[in-house]
Design a protein around this ligand. Structure first.
Ligand SMILES: *[C@@H]1O[C@H](CO)[C@@H](O)[C@H](O)[C@H]1NC(C)=O
Ligand SMILES: *[C@@H]1O[C@H](CO)[C@@H](O)[C@H](O)[C@H]1NC(C)=O
Ligand SMILES: *[C@@H]1O[C@H](CO)[C@@H](O)[C@H](O)[C@H]1NC(C)=O
Ligand SMILES: *[C@@H]1O[C@H](CO)[C@@H](O)[C@H](O)[C@H]1NC(C)=O
Ligand SMILES: *[C@@H]1O[C@H](CO)[C@@H](O)[C@H](O)[C@H]1NC(C)=O
Ligand SMILES: *[C@@H]1O[C@H](CO)[C@@H](O)[C@H](O)[C@H]1NC(C)=O
Ligand SMILES: *[C@@H]1O[C@H](CO)[C@@H](O)[C@H](O)[C@H]1NC(C)=O
Ligand SMILES: *[C@@H]1O[C@H](CO)[C@@H](O)[C@H](O)[C@H]1NC(C)=O
Length: 647
């Protein structure tokens, strides 16, 4: 079949055969590529924060937000050797934010080690040579002459000790005391089915004692050794993407099911004893151990900008705060922004930030007003108006991003930027790679804050795997996303940022599929889509070079950028079908290197990286012949990045 290619900028138009195409590249750039283009969207879903990026190993460590005296309150905890366990509303709570404690009763007449174990977030990885930092608070229910010791250990599910240490204690006071120990195993556990345990030796008169425990914690070494920091393997996988921004703290998980359950910045900063946690939006309790300042430090560690959301008066359960009642929520948003960028001499939230060790403001250029406010578009008109008119004059350098459907409803003041979300089929992404080409260039800019090819069934995008919903990204879904991303690069004069979602997924407790990076207690499994994101992110240009346009409803897509400092031309190509495609590039430049490199990600349509096939599809490098005119065969279902020097 013959189709004529679109002529873009004055070079001869070309007649080509399907899957054999000539692409002429202009040496003259049309627009700069914003440095913020590729980044990450984060929210705590599928244990991506608690049990994921946040390195804390103990689940339900502080009995936050549970109902005392229920079985559910004991989630992840287990009795050892007959200890009676109950979560109680403590009459002497360890802190006002943490009202509950774990009451452990050593049965009369018991012998041996008696106490509690925690199973972690679906396992605990125990690695020889790593230093684990464990801590907890305890108090005796009644003062006594008891003298003995706690044994703090990591052990296999079968009860074999991997490492342990003893701490001498007495029962003479009922006041809270803190234990802090380090554990350094000399052997690695063969699986992640391990427990953290704290036991008392009943031989030494512990029998009959009642001990209360609060705020346990167990950390492995963290990324850059930050206290309360990130899990090294997940953090490293994220860092290796070279992201330039981090959208936080959600997503739906910003919103709360009720107004009271919304994410509140001030409940997430300062000592862990002061963080009450909250009922998250994805079916589990959030510790808020990964709080606002932890996110900002993480951004600093990776050199990312924060794209930070403020709660905008709507809870996911369906409640919109009435306009007359918005005042305190607007104030809380103002405080949140001041915590990040305020002057510590002038603002109390900024002074709090300084007292927590960061006197200088963090960088902040973008603030999202809410999340997916198309769910409550009718009230967003006044909510957007009231938040933005109050905040914009106080923070003139911040761009506020609207989150309802683009241009619908019409908002006042007119948003400078919009956040667009797309979950669809691989072919939808390919077909929509020209989505932004027709947008007016008038100063309004766009953020693709969430996108992913999630189903192969266009009549059931949000269905189940049985009807085409993907469990893991495939080569077909990843190449569809890459096709769309070439369109984002071409439109980077108005699209300033884009991020795949969701970012992270604990495979043992998924709330959503597919995800960019899956993991379990032991390992990380980067997907085909992860490698696409990484290829785009690590192969950015400073400016976009126009080229012969792809066929709009075709299956082969490309974009071309230049890295000015190295004079590298970088061509990204997505072939979204099984048939290989033959591309010929014409480069009317002064000189073009004779060779370049190709980084190629390719595999079968349904090929996925999964826990059982973690490295099925990974990028491979090769040297290719280049020049003022050269050919390149893009394999079926592939994403290729070609780079070479040209002047
Ligand atoms: C805790 O639950 C048990 C069993 O349901 C009940 O007998 C007991 O009274 C409860 N205790 C408190 C303090 O609610
Ligand atoms: C250890 O963890 C396993 C789950 O991995 C759990 O079934 C078991 O009860 C736990 N034991 C202790 C003592 O915590
Ligand atoms: C956070 O601040 C709000 C007021 O903006 C207040 O109602 C709430 O109690 C605070 N939460 C914590 C945990 O300090
Ligand atoms: C830019 O164009 C869009 C679409 O026509 C419009 O909705 C938006 O308000 C315009 N922005 C500005 C700043 O005029
Ligand atoms: C696509 O989804 C529709 C609606 O759920 C369903 O009827 C149909 O069987 C699905 N097609 C495939 C191929 O699974
Ligand atoms: C692309 O669109 C044109 C015009 O609508 C149509 O004639 C052509 O058949 C389409 N090609 C494909 C591959 O769908
Ligand atoms: C992928 O598709 C091939 C061919 O249709 C099929 O044989 C294979 O079972 C599929 N694999 C998976 C993981 O779905
Ligand atoms: C492939 O080439 C890129 C760019 O030169 C380089 O960054 C990357 O490390 C290489 N990958 C492998 C697996 O050699």
């Amino acid at each position: 079949m013959l189709i004529s290619a679109f002529e873009l900028w004055g070079f001869a138009s070309i007649v080509l055969v399907v899957q054999a195409v000539t692409v002429t590249v202009s040496p003259t750039a049309s627009h700069p590529v914003p440095t913020t283009l590729w980044g990450q969207m984060f929210e705590d879903i599928s244990h991506s924060g608690d049990g994921g990026l946040y390195a804390e190993l103990l689940q339900n460590r502080a009995f936050q937000q549970v109902t005392p005296n229920t079985t559910a309150a004991l989630n992840a905890w287990h009795s050892i050797n007959g200890a009676a366990l109950s979560v109680v509303a403590d009459i002497l709570p360890v802190s006002s934010a943490l009202p509950n404690s774990l009451q452990v009763t050593i049965p009369a007449g018991s012998t041996g080690l008696v106490g509690v174990g925690n199973e972690g977030y679906f396992g605990i990885k125990v690695t020889a040579g790593s230093t684990y930092t464990a801590s907890f608070h305890y108090r005796f229910a009644k003062a006594s002459s008891f003298k003995g010791s706690f044994k703090v250990a990591l052990q296999t599910a079968a009860g074999r000790s991997l490492v342990s240490t003893s701490v001498s204690i007495t029962g003479e006071t009922t006041k809270w005391q803190e234990v802090k120990v380090t554990l350094r195993p000399t052997i690695s556990a063969s699986s992640t089915a391990n427990n953290f345990t704290v036991t008392l030796d009943s031989g030494s008169a512990a029998s009959g004692q009642i001990v209360h425990f609060a705020l346990f914690s167990l950390f492995p070494p963290t990324f850059k050794n930050r206290p309360n920091g990130m899990r090294v393997d997940i953090a490293t996988t994220l860092a290796e993407m070279g992201p330039s921004f981090f959208r936080l703290p959600g997503g739906n998980n910003l919103e709360g099911q009720t107004v009271d359950q919304r994410w509140q910045w001030n409940a997430t900063v300062g000592p862990l004893l002061n963080r009450p946690g909250r009922i998250g939006d994805w079916g589990y309790i959030n510790t808020d151990g990964l709080g606002l300042m932890d996110y900002l430090n993480w951004c600093e560690d990776l050199g990312m900008q924060a794209i930070m959301a403020i709660w905008s008066g709507f809870a996911l359960g369906g409640t919109s705060v009435a306009e007359a009642d918005l005042g305190p929520y607007i104030q809380q948003a103002m405080d949140q922004i001041n915590f990040v960028i305020g002057d510590s001499k002038k603002s109390a939230p900024a002074a709090l930030r300084a007292s927590l060790g960061h006197p200088d403001p963090y960088p902040l250029a973008y603030v999202e007003v809410g999340n997916e406010d198309f769910f409550a578009a009718s009230t967003y008109t006044y909510r957007w108006h009231d938040f933005v008119t109050a905040l914009q004059p106080k923070f003139p350098n911040i761009r506020f991003i609207a989150t309802s459907d683009t241009f619908n409803p019409i908002l006042s003041p007119n948003p400078q930027s919009w956040d667009q979300h797309n979950y669809n089929t691989p072919s939808w992404f390919a077909e929509n790679s020209f989505f932004y080409d027709g947008f007016e260039r008038n100063g309004t800019t766009y953020f693709e804050g969430e996108y992913a090819a999630i189903s192969t069934n266009s009549s059931d995008i949000f269905g189940t795997p049985a009807t085409g919903r993907l469990t893991f990204p495939t080569m077909q879904s990843a190449s569809g996303e890459a096709a769309y991303m070439t369109g984002l690069e071409r439109n980077a004069d108005i699209v300033f940022s884009a991020s795949y979602a969701p970012l992270l997924n604990h495979v043992t407790n998924s709330q959503w599929t597919p995800n960019l990076i899956s993991f379990d207690a032991g390992n990380v499994y980067p997907s085909t889509s992860y490698y696409v994101q990484k290829l785009f992110s690590l192969n950015r240009g400073d400016e976009y070079l126009p080229s012969t346009l792809p066929v709009q409803n075709g299956t082969l897509f490309w974009s071309v950028v230049r890295k000015i400092s190295t004079q590298q031309i970088i061509i990204k190509i997505s072939n979204t079908v099984e048939t290989a495609a033959d591309l010929t590039f014409e480069l009317p430049f002064r000189s073009v290197a004779k060779t370049g490199t190709a980084q190629i990600l390719t595999g079968a349509a349904n090929a996925s990286n999964t826990p059982t096939t973690p490295n099925l599809v990974v990028p491979r490098n090769s040297t290719i012949a280049t020049g003022k005119r050269f050919s390149y065969i893009a394999p079926g279902f592939s994403v290729s990045v070609l780079s070479f020097i040209a002047h």
